[in-house]
Design a binder for this molecule. Sequence first.
Ligand code: NOJ
Length: 695
Amino acid sequence: MKRLLLLALTGAIALAAPTDLVAQMTLEEKLGQLQQRLTDEPATVALVRAGRVGSTLSVLGAARCNRLQRVAVEESRLKIPLLFGFDVIHGYRTIFPVPLGEAASWDPAMAELSASVAAREAYAAGLRWTFAPMVDVARDPRWGRVVEGAGEDPVLVSAMARARVRGFQGTDYSQPGRVVACAKHFVAYGAVEAGRDYNSTDVSERTLREVYLPPFKTAVDAGVGTLMSAFTDLGGVPGSANVFTLDEVLRREWKFDGFVVSDYSSVEELIHHGIAADGAEAAELGLNAGVDMEMVSENYNQHGAALLAAGKVTPEQIEASVRRILLVKQRAGLWERPYTEEGLADRWFLSADHRKAARRVAVSSMVLLRNERNRLPIPAQASTIALLGPLADSKVDLLGSWEADGKAADVVTVREGIQRRLGAAGKVLYAPGPRLDLVQKADYTVLVVGEPARWSGEARSRSDLSLPADQVRLIQAVHATRKPYCVVLMNGRPLVLGWVAENCPALLEAWYPGTEGGNAVADVLFGDQNPGGKLPMTFPRVLGQVPIYYNHKATGRSNLPPDHTFASKYLDVSNEPQFPFGYGLSYTTFELSNLKVAPGQVEVTLTNTGLRAGDEVVQVYLHDVAASVTRPVKELKAFQRVTLGPGQQQRLTFPLGPEQLALWDRSMHWRVEPGVFTVTVGTSSEGGLTGEFRI
Ligand code: NOJ
């Protein structure tokens, strides 16, 4: 009570804390703020007491966080609160679809909703900082971390980045139920060569500016509190030593005033990259580049004093880093509210509202890839369902990678979801493997296949993206019975589906749909909900096409027919993907009409021409016909997910201003170059209505 009163009285002073404090800090205390430690083991507690820790990476639970916070706030000399961080990627206890799935909703409102629920639960667990969103554009599905991002397109990734920053932070992240966000991994981590995690990247400044940087810029403009520097090197300079990206672009051009945390021991990794001879040099490089906080490795603390004494870093640099960290702590309201109410978790975790939100977002993330002869939804009269496949009753796989405190026991499996939907009158005949007798006994068969969740995520790159052979055999055996069936896919990356994509009558991409995944799958399979998601990443035909992405360049051979001897092509496969970026079907049909294109604006009418309500995502693509530098064949510039009842119509307007028309020109500046632009408005990156205008 006394403490609360004191805080109330000193509110104004607390707000001035960071600047005042720096002057009072010893060098050890300053370096302490730059250190993030993993856990709350006794060594950490002692260091916190000595004012030598700024943050933790995986101390979880309100009681545990409060215990350690008490040491910082009541026992350390300057009483600077700790910032408790953790990887809260797609939910904390209530798990939402993996971010790639969420991006397939093409609905920023869904991403904001999921991040806001994740923030509430993380807050209840004592946390104040999440290492999300990952905003790395990714064009190579071999990279296991594509599951954590929003896919291959900078505009879609940016829209999701903005929504997720808002969802985590709200408009004021000092408010209870909000956490500081962290845009990562700065920058171009998604460009790892050959899709192998942690591998080298080498990207031209133009591609960096046009493809990899924009989502970070969007996150900064949305007020993201922190950024994380990437493990990877970019054109020879690792993310945690990169003066160009961190200082020139992030701080000087973009005026970012939050702080940068290194990725896990990535300051130390400067030694392994071979650009630092030892820990002292690694610390020197990190500090000089402007990496403010060192995650886990301790080179700043071990060598900071010697580096200062030798004049290799300046006191002003260290103080600037401390100030940035204290500023974010202040904005997080840590002086006003250092502790977390311990009963919150019981009230908030897995609340009915949170489960409802998870189910809604999961439904919105699903993409209907095929639906020949309307095999889906499952006919109402089907009461006995055969349910086959290794993922049909899995709990743990539905959580996907980075499940935070998500528990398998909380998950509704597809088997449970379908059984619930059928009710007591219906029957689910389940087997994980090839029990064809069940298919014979059932009215309809559902196969749930894909990759186990542990096949995607960090350090989980793969060189083969096909479905496991036994799963394909299972599908083929069911197919051969000629009985009605559909396939539900669970995976965290584009797959090479081959025969399955060509032959299965109905194919639903469900990603890893989270805690309410089984209910959401049942909602869609039985037509209670109409799928409206679209692919956020291209699905290749064969692995040899990778990297394959819709916004590629035309090449000097784009005038030749695709089968011309000297066309830019393969001898053994077409250039076309299996399923293009932006693609997805619905149980209803839509039509676009009356396209009106003018400089500054595009208008089009969308009509639901089918018999059910449904969602369509209208996508606006632009092409600058003749420019000073080669341009992608098309670039997504705007999109909107729209819900329409049967027969309903809506006129949509999209802005196409200088921001959308500009390119990074030959002299390395953003510029709108006069000339002709073509516009394609469609429901996928392939096809659509076209028009043009001249600037
Ligand atoms: C390494 C990962 O690259 C990063 O995304 C994550 O936030 C940190 N580990 C902390 O777990």
